[in-house]
Design a protein around this ligand. Structure first.
Ligand SMILES: *Cc1c(COP(=O)(O)O)cnc(C)c1O
Length: 467
């Protein structure tokens, strides 16, 4: 009998493993079913390694196998949706949850959802109320709109508006605005889903007011304008302004819907960012209905905000789809708290993480790199090479497509393992770290790194850089 066969018989039993110290220690915090599965999987791994003559002889001791079982049980017990440290510098990373919430929003969620709330209860009248009223006045005040409604996200807002205003009828849209966002939001598809017959007007780069005029017939019920949030047509283009479009539509008694995407409440040009129309300006041009996201530059929770003329917003509210897209209390609480900060512009820039990070000047990022560098070199100097370099990051989330925020980053080049291995280790960490890669280096952008996370980042880097 070979050594390996002898070892096969010595693999500890599941019960033996469950009684071992590593698994007993975990029993207080980890469900039994996961401990058992961890033990089974660890045994299967050892058995597999023993049967495979080409692999190294595995550790078959109780401590060895139980250690591995505990590791597997811990991984299985941790939540699937977890926080990560974002050092990509991209503020609105759709894959990383877009806008981080402000403290006030988190507190509001806590207050409102731990127990009961007046979600649909009118405290003045002592009878049934409507959930959207908690944010309607605020949204109107911040945008100048007559009425406002909120739904699950901006895709839902556009879908609801199309279904309510142009279901079974025709809607005009420029060929230059048939966008796709994030792979699943595509204007032609969303129009079809809303039961709207899409009538394309103009060409890819140029659409004239006359193209819209010629497209209108007795079956037309809406003109749709879409903000090209994640791309731009450069060169010879000819945008029709919102005001021109609104005048044309109103002459034919048609409403204009504009999907604004990110939906800015404040002008950001003072921070060196390109001019983008605010929601207030868009409405002031005469657009009847505007939709935008809650979790892009607004800096709040995922939501779709609809603003515009009262008579039109009321039509949306009465549509059956409004019920299917309604917001839950946690989101409403977070959204109201976020919007309240906008009543004071300075406060909004101070307390909303998205605006704070967006407005951080390059010199400030340089200072943070200068403070981080010696700490990296001191604790990780033997594991990687570090350098502070100038670099730009996109805003992300389909907001300000051509804006690159100038800044400074720390470039990290691993010495003891490959870059791919480092990235993999960082993803597998207890608190995963996601960065951006350029020229075979990991770039650590302080713009999206909260200062209290610096220590954890250094520790995670240390583990991940160690072979
Ligand atoms: C982001 C975006 C959407 C989708 O918004 P969600 O809130 O992600 O549903 C729709 N239209 C435009 C123009 C966008 O930029």
């Amino acid at each position: 009998m070979s050594d390996r066969q002898a070892l096969l018989r010595q693999i500890p039993s599941i019960d033996r493993l469950l009684g071992s110290e590593p698994l007993q220690e975990l029993a207080a915090t980890c469900p039994h079913v996961l401990l058992r599965e961890g033990a089974q999987q660890a045994v299967a791994e050892v058995r597999q390694a023993l049967l495979d003559e080409s692999s190294k002889t595995p550790d078959c001791s109780v401590e060895g196998v139980a250690g591995r079982a505990a590791e597997l049980a811990k991984i299985a017990a941790r939540p699937s949706l977890r926080r990560v440290i974002n050092v990509t510098g991209t503020l609105l990373h759709t894959n990383l949850g877009r806008a981080p919430l402000c403290e006030a929003a988190l507190q509001a969620v806590n207050n409102v959802s731990r127990g009961y709330s007046n979600l649909e209860y009118d405290l003045d009248a002592g009878k049934r109320g409507k959930r959207f009223t908690h944010v309607e006045k605020l949204v109107c005040r911040l945008t100048g709109a007559e009425a406002a409604h909120v739904v699950n996200n901006n895709a839902g807002a556009v879908l609801l508006a199309l279904a309510a205003l142009a279901g079974g009828k025709k809607a005009l849209v420029s060929r230059g605005e048939l966008i796709e966002i994030g792979g699943s939001f595509r204007i032609p598809d969303i129009m079809a889903a809303g039961g709207t017959r899409m009538v394309e007007v103009g060409t890819t780069n140029k659409t004239h007011l006359d193209d819209y005029r010629r497209g209108i017939d007795e079956e037309t019920s809406l003109i749709l304008k879409v903000h090209t949030s994640n791309y731009r047509i450069l060169g010879i283009t000819e945008p029709v302004t919102g005001a021109e479009l609104a005048d044309l539509a109103h002459a034919h008694k048609l409403p204009v819907l504009e999907d604004l995407g990110s939906g800015l409440l404040l002008d950001l040009t003072t921070y060196g960012l390109p001019r983008e129309p605010t929601v207030r300006e868009t409405l002031a041009h005469g657009i009847d209905l505007v939709t935008f996201s809650g979790d892009k530059l607004l800096g709040g929770p995922q939501a779709g905000i609809i603003v515009g003329r009262k008579e039109i917003v009321d039509r949306l509210r009465k549509h059956p789809m409004a019920r299917a897209l309604r917001l839950d209390k946690m989101t409403l609480a977070a959204l109201e708290a976020t919007l309240r900060l906008y009543l004071d512009t300075e406060q909004a820039f101070r307390e909303l993480p998205t605006l704070r990070m967006l407005s951080t000047p390059a010199e400030k990022l340089r200072e943070r790199c200068d403070q981080l560098m010696p700490r990296c070199e001191k604790t990780l100097g033997n594991l990687a090479k570090f350098a502070t370099i100038q670099s730009t990051a996109p805003v992300g989330g389909g907001a300000l497509p051509l804006a690159e925020m100038p800044g400074w980053v720390i470039a990290c080049q691993p010495l003891k393992l490959s870059l791919n291995r480092l990235l993999q280790n960082l993803r597998k960490a207890e608190t995963p770290v996601i960065g951006r890669v350029q020229d075979d280096q990991l770039l650590i952008d302080p713009r999206t790194l909260a200062e209290p996370d610096e220590e954890l980042l250094l520790q995670t880097l240390k583990d991940a850089l160690t072979p």
